[in-house]
Design a protein around this ligand. Sequence first.
Ligand code: GCW
Length: 682
Amino acid sequence: MNFNLRQLAFFLLICCCIPSFVLAEDGSQLWLRFPHIKQGISSNQIFVKGNSATINIAKKELINYWQGQAVELKTDTSLKSLKDGFKITSDPKKITISSSTEIGLLYGVYHILRLQETKADTQNLNITEKPSYDVRILNHWDNLDRTVERGYAGYSLWKWDELPNVISPRYEAYARANASIGINSVVLNNVNASPNILKKDYLEKVKVLADIFRPYGIKVYLSVNFSSPKVLGNLENSDPLNKSVKVWWKDKTSEIYKLIPDFGGFLVKANSEGQPGPQDYGRTHADGANMMADVLKPFGGIVMWRAFVYNPTPEDRAKQAYNEFVPLDGKFRDNVIIQIKNGPVDFQPREAFSPLFGAMKKTSKMVEFQITQEYLGFSNHLVFLAPLFKETLDSDTYAFGKGSSIAKITDGTLKTTQLSAIAAVANIGEDNNWTGHHFAQANWYAFGRLAWNNDLTSDHIADEWLKQTFTTETNFVNPIKNMMLTSRETAVDYMMPLGLHHIFANEHHYGPEPWGDYPGARPDWTPVYYHKADANGLGFDRTMSGSNAVSQYNSPLKEIYNNINTTPENLLLWFHHVPWDYQMKNNKSMWDNLAYKYDKGVKGVRTYQKIWDQVESYVDKERFFAVQSKLKIQAKDAFWWKDACLLYFQGFSKMPIPYDIERPIHELEDLKKIKLNMKHHN
Ligand code: GCW
C-alpha cells in the first residue's frame, strides 16, 4: 500500500483512537483468517525435498501466513509410529517439522500457524503429536438434490448438477479447513442413501471431489443403500448371501476403486427407520456388513456399519441397539467397524452413554457424534459441543475394569480390535459462514481437534478457536470462552434438565412439545413415551423393576443407575420415574429442582446477551450483529421451553412454580397451538 503522509496520519489516527476498528467479515474464512498478515516467509526460507501437491500446499501456507523463523519440512521414516503425526523442534533461526508422511508435514504446518495465531510461544518448540484416531471422519447427511437432512446452513456444498465439469472453489476451501484441524475422511452423502450415488455418472462426480481432497489428506467414503443391487442392478433381491448380489457389490467396488484408488469405504444405515437391510432377507447385520467388507478388503476399504436401530416394539428404545448387536460380537470381519451414536436414543442434549461401548469386546467400535444441532436449537442457538463430546469420551464403561473410558475403548489404547475411528454428522452447508451460526463453526473445529487429540480440554479448544476466529484480546476471550463452556449445560437446563429427553416437537425437533402424543403414531416417536409424566411423578423407569436398561451397563454402573439415590442427578429422569416431591440432594423437591433448572437455563442465555453486547468493540459489525440477533432468538426460545415444560408438567405435579423465579409469560394453550412449518427432509 502506498500512503501519502496525510493519509498515513489519518490511518494511524483511526487505528489508534478507535480500537474497535475492524473490517467487516462474513465468517467465510472460519478459523483461518490471519487478519494481520499480508505475507509470510519467502520460499528460500523453506527447506523441503520434493514438490508433491501436498508439499506445495504446505509451502504455500507458509509463504502466505508464517511470519516466524525459517522452516524445514523433513520426511522421516523413523517416525512411522506417529502415523500422520509429527515432531516439531525449533531454535530461534529455524523450525523443523518432521513426519513419516507428507500429510503429517502439512498438519505440522497448520500446527505452527495455529500457535502463531493464538500468540503461543513459537521459539522453544519440542512437540510430538500423534492422532488419537486413524479415521477422523465427517458424515454429511447431504442428499443428491442438495437438501441436507437436519442441515441448517443452507443447501449442500456439493453441486451435483454442475459436477464433474464446474468446480466450486469451496471444495478446496472445505478440504483445507478440514486438513487444518486434522480431519482426514468424509462421507459425502446422507445415510438415508439414494442408490443413485453408485451410478456411474455420480461416481465420476465423486472422483472429482476425491481428487481435490486428496492433497489435503482427505479420503472419500460413501453412504450406500442396501438395496442398490436390486434397484440399480435389476437383481431379484439384495440378499447378502445371494451370489449374484455379492458379485454386483464386487464389480461396483472395483469400478469405484478404478476411479478413486484411495476410496475409503462404505457407511451403512440398514434396517433402521425404514431403510432396507439384511434383515429383509432373514439375515443378520453381520451377514450384511461382512459381505461388503469382503469386497472392500482387497482394496483396503472399510465398512462403517451403524448401530442406530430400533423398532416400535414394547421394548425400551434405549435397549434395542444393544440387544441387536451384542449377540453378533466376534462375528464381524476385521475391516468392519460398528458406528454407535454417543447415546442409546438419539443425539439428545444429554443422554447416558450408549452401553454398547462397554460391550462387544471383540468388535471395533466408533463413536458417532452429531455436530449439526438437530436437537440443540438448529443454527439459532449458541451451544458449544466440546463439553458434550468430552462427557461421552471420558465416560467410564468399566468394560475392562475401572479406567475403560469410551475414548480408550475406541482409540486403541485398550487394544482389542484393529480399527480406530471417530465420526460426527457435519453442520456444514452453502451459507457464507459455512455453519449458519458463527459459533457453530466452533463445533466443527472442536470435533476435528478432539478426533486428533482426545485429551484436549474443552477450555483449550474454545481458547484456540476464539483467538483464531475473533481476536486474542483477553477482555474478549475470557468472557466469551466462559459463555461457550457453559452453553451446553445452559441448553440442557432450558430444554431437558435432570435427564429428560426427546420431548421435542414432532419431526422437525425445534422447540418443546411435552404434550406430544399423536394418535396413530409410533409411540417411540412421541414425547409422552419418554417423559412418562403422571400424577405420581416424571421420568422413564429403566431400573430392574422398569425396562431394566440399567442391566446393559457393566458393574458398578448398573447398580449405581439402578438406585435412585446414587444415580447422578443430571440423569435422574433418564433412569427413574421420580415422585414430584422426591427430595433431591439440595433438600428441595424434584419439582422445585426442575423449575430452578429451567429458570437457570433462561437466565444463562439472558446473561450471554449481556456478555456479548459488552464485547461489541472487539468484533466486526457483521458478525457482532449476526450473533446478537441469534442470541435474541435463543433467549425467546429458552422462555418458550421453560414455560411449555413447566406449565405442562405442572398439570401433573399440581405444585406451585417456586415463587422466587420469574413467572410464566405464555399461556400453555397458546404454546400448544404453535405449529412450525419447518422443512424436514428424509
Ligand atoms: O436423529 C435421527 C434423525 C434422522 C436421521 C437419523 C439417523 C439420517 O432425526 O433425520 O436420519 O437420526 O441418524 O439415521
